[in-house]
Design a protein around this ligand. Structure first.
Ligand SMILES: [Zn+2]
Length: 161
């Protein structure tokens, strides 16, 4: 924000490490993509539409998305976006913890103090930001039912691709 000002659209991929109890859908290492859009009249409906379109194009079939309230310190409101589980067609499975939905990403409207700190006038510009794991997308795309298979180094798994 300080360097480029507004309007601004950016996307940042990178590897993430975190302290985490592992299970079928959580691991200590994953790849994440962060995105930020700052424009006049940016809104959450815009973000929801972008994500529904992105996921539908990625998977080649209609994907539903939903927002849930969430807390992240640099956005207000903060939210989490889930998408419909493609492994079980929303019937419930181990990956979606029998909910039919996959936790996909944290997101929200950029807090006005963040815009101010970046030198952007919050009266003129709004923005949304998100961060999602590429790993879960790979799982859905290829029908992988345990995230830990991606990092455990088992060549029988890797050689399938
Ligand atoms: Zn499922």
């Amino acid at each position: 924000m300080e360097k480029y000002g507004a309007p601004l659209r950016l996307i940042i991929p990178g590897r993430v490490f975190r302290y985490e109890a592992t299970d079928a859908s959580h691991d200590t290492t994953f790849y994440q993509v962060e995105g930020l859009l700052i424009e006049e009249n940016a809104s959450l409906s815009h973000l929801k539409g972008v994500m529904a379109e992105f996921l539908t194009r990625l998977f080649g079939k209609p994907v539903k998305v939903r927002f849930r309230p969430g807390y992240f310190p640099f956005v207000e409101p903060g939210l989490e976006l889930d998408f419909s589980c493609l492994l079980c067609e929303e019937k419930g499975c181990r990956v979606c913890k029998n909910t039919g939905w996959i936790e996909f990403m944290g997101a929200g409207m950029v807090h006005e103090n963040v815009l101010k700190a970046g030198g952007i006038d919050p009266q003129k510009y709004q923005g949304w930001a998100f961060g999602f794991g590429l790993t879960r997308l790979v799982m859905m795309r290829y029908g992988i039912t345990d995230i830990r298979l991606l990092t455990n180094g088992d060549l029988r798994f890797v050689k399938q691709f």
